[in-house]
Design a protein around this ligand. Structure first.
Ligand code: ADP
Ligand code: MG
Length: 695
């Protein structure tokens, strides 16, 4: 149950005075439908109206707020394109207020001749005269009395003015309950942070410019509140999971040894170290909750195979979940190769398997005929029974799959959990999502890999690129050809891939050039991928679907059209599709000139390094918070008060504080428990809430 003290904050915005249904719809669009959403609405910028010069002092190019008298309205002659002007004056001079296409009767009411008005806006000069075009504010003296020096600016939408939105926020702030303090007093003291109430006042009604800086104590506190809520929820999830003790999963290395002997390669040190960490977790009576973080091609699947073999030694089954069907089948294929020497049986089940086939798989799962099952989330649906599920592995690939994770634990008897990801994201940031997990890193690529030779080429030279690919396939090389897709549904981009496919097929033969795109069904995509892997086709034209799809270790050429449209992380993932064997490989980044500064830097970084973690850091620096789409695509939480770039350093702090909180008060009965429940509700951290409520 939501704490009563929060009720006023969770009322609909329509309950605020002055917000009717029409306005509410607009407010909901930018902020949200609750009073709380307005209270937690972060301004994007601030306008400084503290400059109050006379007309003669008013500096060009700056925002000035000037007290002056309305001298007269100057209506332009009908026939000419001249704006409407209102002449204003004070004892030092005059200036014009300039309006294009005004509603004249409205202006006459706003600015009656002979009256004093306070006008505010950017001062311009036109010839030798000063003017303000479409002033931001025109106020009477009494209205202006309320005008602070600094005015916060919020994101707006068509039909919603700043004035109205600010009024709504003011009304919301008037309902602000005094919430109990959820932070340890020493944290506040050490950092000089104000209480929640004051911090919010400062957010919406700053009195000084430093207050509008994300580094200001009030802003830091609010960001920390949100990060702490998130971390607290994660830590509660972890703690409750650990509390229901697992079973020690131990083995005699019989299967492990067979797999190591039978492997087509020598594992890297990083692979063995990660497996040691995993097997230590499994052997303890605490349930494993570990993240295996490794760049594309770092060999996560083999580590997963070792973990599955350990479970098998203990008489337990393993379920591996992949984000797509293609990936699930690919995983199964690789697992089969690795696990065969130990005599383990591998199955696949995706949404595509129905009827008799599905029945068969279910039967073998329930009776232990399958040791390792790979699949999509179909694996965790009703009706799927395991004989003895001991280990769950989730291959998240490049995205976070936060919500699914809880569900899995219910299958089987408290299975161990291993999450694998290649998400290229700085470590600090990854705490936002994985802050409750132990971490193993594959920071070493398999030996003998040569990083792809990466080059940038202007689209003008496409003909020579096409010729070059022709020569390469004569040498029996295989090439990916990627055409960007902005949106899965974007027809024009799809046709770019189709056009390229048609062109290449005309040159090299329709039987040697394939096409995959996001609008094909899984089965067709899969079939095309298999033809490419088996070498039945030499060139595979694709939209970005291959980013999370196809594994053709023999492919050696990656061509990316309009590389300037991709983020660094994406480029890196795409390039990671080649250079997966000991053969030399090439990556050609085709760009449309002229390149913007950021695009050029991105492409330069691609030429300089093949280290995914380094690329992730650079990527983050380059786009930072300026690319909210990128943030969302990565699956990071959508923070309200946190300015990710400016508040990055607070993430580890919040992580530590939350660990401490849960450690010191595991049952949520201590001094801060009630306040922290309020905090979790305030930021809607459902996972954590559900778990503390269910005890
Ligand atoms: P990831 O899932 O981390 O992107 P994979 O597990 O798909 O990487 O491995 C990439 C390729 O490298 C696969 O073809 C795999 O068989 C191979 N591989 C894995 N470990 C090694 C190793 N130690 N030495 C050589 N090749 C390896
Ligand atoms: Mg993988």
């Amino acid at each position: 149950m939501r704490p009563e003290i929060l009720f006023p904050l969770f009322k609909e915005v329509t309950t605020l005075p002055g917000i009717g249904p029409r306005l509410a719809a607009l407010v909901v669009k930018v902020a949200g439908d609750r009073v709380r959403d307005l209270v937690l609405f972060r301004p994007v910028s601030v306008v400084d109206r503290s400059l109050r010069p006379t007309i003669s002092e008013a500096p060009e190019g700056q925002i000035a707020t000037i007290k002056c008298e309305v001298e007269g309205h100057i209506e332009p002659p009908k026939s000419r394109f001249t704006p409407y002007k209102v002449r204003m004056s004070d004892e030092t001079g005059f200036l014009h207020l300039v309006y294009f296409k005004p509603r004249i009767d409205y202006l006459k009411r706003l600015l009656p001749e002979g009256e004093i008005r306070i006008v505010s806006g950017k001062v311009e000069t036109f010839g030798s005269e000063k003017q303000i075009t479409h002033p931001d504010l025109v106020l009477t003296e009494s209205e202006a009395a309320e005008l602070g020096g600094l005015e916060t600016v919020y994101p707006l939408t068509q039909g919603l003015s700043l004035k109205v939105l600010r009024k709504a926020i003011r009304a919301a702030m008037q309902n602000l309950p005094h919430l109990p303090e959820w932070h340890d007093g020493s944290v506040l003291h050490e950092r000089g942070w104000p209480d929640w109430h004051h911090a919010l006042q400062s957010l919406h009604y700053p009195e000084t410019l430093p207050e509008t800086d994300p580094a200001h104590p009030a802003r830091q506190r609010l960001a920390f509140d949100e990060l702490f809520a998130r971390q607290l929820a994660l830590q509660i999830v972890a703690q409750r999971r650990r509390r229901r003790a697992g079973q020690p999963v131990v083995g005699d290395n019989s299967s492990i040894n067979k797999i190591l002997t039978g492997a087509p390669f020598t594992p890297t040190n990083a692979q063995m170290r990660s497996f040691d960490e995993i097997s230590g977790d499994m052997a303890s009576d605490r349930r494993m909750m570990r993240l295996l973080h490794g760049d594309v091609g770092s060999g996560k699947t083999f580590v997963a195979a070792l973990a599955a073999a350990r479970a098998h030694e203990a008489g337990l089954q393993t379920a591996i979940m992949a984000p797509t069907e293609i990936l699930a089948r690919q995983l199964a294929r690789n697992m089969e190769i690795f696990l065969k020497p130990a005599g383990m049986s591998v199955g696949v089940m995706t949404g595509r398997d129905k009827g008799k086939k599905r029945g068969e798989i279910l039967e073998r799962l329930a009776t232990g005929g399958i040791n390792v099952i790979c699949g999509t989330h179909a694996l965790f649906q009703e009706g799927v029974e395991f004989e003895k599920l001991g280990l769950v592995i989730i291959d998240e690939q490049h995205r976070f799959g936060v919500s699914d994770r809880l569900k899995l634990s219910s299958k089987g008897r408290r299975p161990e959990l291993l999450v694998m990801t290649a998400t290229p994201i700085p470590r600090t940031l990854s705490l936002s999502v994985y802050g409750h997990m132990d971490m193993s890193r594959l920071d070493e690529k398999p030996a003998g890999r040569k990083p792809p030779d990466t080059r940038t080429i202007s689209m003008d030279r496409i003909d020579s690129v096409i010729d070059g690919v022709g020569r390469a396939i004569e040498r029996h090389e295989r090439a990916y050809w990627v055409c960007p897709l902005v949106e899965e549904s974007d027809l024009s981009d799809l046709s770019a891939a189709e056009d390229r496919h048609r062109q290449l097929a005309a040159i090299y033969g329709a039987d040697r050039v394939g096409l995959v795109h996001g609008r094909m069904n899984a089965k067709d995509k899969d079939a095309e991928a298999v033809r490419f892997r088996n070498g039945e086709i030499d060139i595979l034209v694709a939209t970005t679907v291959i980013e999370v799809g196809i594994d053709a270790p023999d492919a050696t050429i990656m061509i990316i059209e309009h590389a300037e449209r991709f983020g660094l992380a994406q480029l890196h993932q795409l390039r990671g599709r080649v250079g997966r064997s000991d053969k030399a490989s090439t990556c050609l980044l085709l760009y449309q000139a002229p390149l913007g500064e950021i695009a050029r830097k991105r492409l330069d970084i691609m030429k300089q390094t093949d280290d995914g973690f380094l690329i992730a850091e650079e990527d983050w620096k380059l786009r930072g918070a300026g690319d909210p789409l990128g943030v969302r695509q990565s699956g990071l939480p959508d923070y309200r008060l946190v300015d990710i770039e400016a508040h990055l350093d607070l993430i580890p702090l919040a992580n530590e504080a939350a660990k401490k909180a849960v450690y010191e008060d595991p049952d949520f009965t201590g001094e801060y428990a009630e306040a922290r429940r309020v905090l979790l509700y305030l930021f809607e951290q459902d996972d954590g809430i559900r778990l503390i409520e269910s005890g």
